[in-house]
Design a protein around this ligand. Structure first.
Ligand SMILES: Nc1ncnc2c1ncn2[C@@H]1O[C@H](COP(=O)(O)OP(=O)(O)OP(=O)(O)O)[C@@H](O)[C@H]1O
Ligand SMILES: [Mg+2]
Length: 347
């Protein structure tokens, strides 16, 4: 009885703790927090100064006693204390504004496919320390497929390619489990780094990570667009050390990111080649579902479709598909159990 009462009051939460962005989905309310996974910490007092976009804006502009930390690297927790502080702050924010006493929430957290047992434990421990009563883990591509409302429990092969900031997870799904997969550390951040390197080599100008990301989002593409585009950017002239404006074209940026994009396409191809033959014909019919922020790169579905001769589509709102999947699982205990028992890491 008490448990039921608590269960009713408790705000069950689905969490996508990503390298770039973290999203919190509250049952019956939907996505309530969507912030960059960044925290600013006062090193003298250990106190949290800011999180999310507020903290990201402080990057490179802090006095010595404040550090800006990205606690998740390549999809896994790299700074435990800061991750805990970040999650705790978000859970407390969700509870604020509720009238009643809020019991500790049940949570479902998405994790990348390549995660080790130690890294899974770090996620469980951080979310528990941040105030959760229960932590259930689901593989990211499965969560994305559920977020896309695919019938993952069928005995039918489907491929999900989840391109985030720090990781690309490629999974072939059938019967609620991952049948074949590969993971890469080549994802959105790698494209940004390639743009930075290109600008440095070809223009003798250094630009920051944020500037590189903005170039990618504004004019980045993987196949030529109908209309060419250009962007004026500010950087620092490496020879004089002074600020300098320059302009880059979409063609130059396409060239700059060609290699990491190729790495992702090749990994998709290899994963299909390694999938059980019975599933390959399903894959040619069901196609590839692209998800994650990286799926928004202009022209990527066209390139993948052309290279693999397969239908390709981008999930609706690719940045939130994973967390929406965890949200659906909050309401479907039977499916959650099925997905957990098929999880790779239990093998
Ligand atoms: N319009 C866009 N075009 C290209 N890339 C984009 C676009 N919008 C966002 N991105 C990129 O998507 C990435 C973030 O995606 P997402 O939020 O899915 O990652 P994440 O879940 O935080 O990371 P991971 O899953 O690797 O832990 C960033 O690299 C960002 O630059
Ligand atoms: Mg992600």
């Amino acid at each position: 009885m008490l448990k039921r009462l608590f269960g009713g009051l408790s705000k069950d939460i689905g969490i996508d703790l990503g390298t770039s962005n973290s999203i919190f989905y509250v049952r019956d309310r939907g996505m309530v927090i969507n912030e960059p996974t960044v925290a600013a910490i006062n090193t003298r007092t250990d106190a949290l100064v800011a999180i999310g976009m507020d903290a990201k804006k402080m990057m490179g502009k802090t006095p010595p006693h404040i550090v800006v930390v990205e606690p998740v690297v390549a999809g896994v927790i790299s700074d435990f204390e800061v991750s805990e502080k970040f999650i705790k702050h978000c859970i407390e924010k969700i509870h604020r504004g509720s009238f009643a006493f809020s019991p500790r929430p049940r949570t479902i957290v998405s994790v990348p496919l390549a995660i080790t047992e130690v890294e899974r434990k770090a996620v469980r421990d951080a979310v528990t320390a941040a105030g959760a009563r229960e932590v259930r883990l689901v593989d990211e591509p499965i969560a994305a497929a559920i977020g896309a409302r695919l019938a993952v429990s069928e005995s039918y092969g489907r491929m999900v390619v989840e391109i985030g900031g720090g990781t690309t997870s490629i999974g072939v799904i059938s019967l609620s489990g991952i049948v074949a997969f590969s993971t890469l550390k080549t994802a959105g951040n790698a494209l940004d780094a390639a743009i930075q390197a290109f600008v440095q080599e070809n223009f003798n100008i250094t630009i920051g990570r944020k500037a590189a990301e903005e170039i990618k989002i504004r004019i980045g593409s993987s196949v030529p667009a109908e209309e060419p585009s250009e962007l004026t950017v500010k950087g620092r002239n490496m020879l004089t050390g002074l600020p300098k404006e320059f302009s880059v074209s979409d063609g130059e940026i396409r060239e700059a990111i060609k290699r990491p994009v190729r790495t992702i396409v090749d990994a998709i191809r290899t994963t299909i080649e390694n999938a059980p033959p019975e599933l390959v014909s399903d894959l040619y019919e069901s196609g590839v579902l692209l998800s994650g922020g990286g799926a928004l790169l202009s022209g990527l579905p066209t390139l993948v479709g052309r290279e693999l001769s397969m239908p390709v589509r981008v999930v609706d709102d690719p940045l939130t598909a994973v967390v929406r999947g965890t949200g659906i699982l909050l309401d479907d205990e039977a499916l959650l159990r099925e997905v957990e028992s098929a999880s790779r890491s239990l093998e």
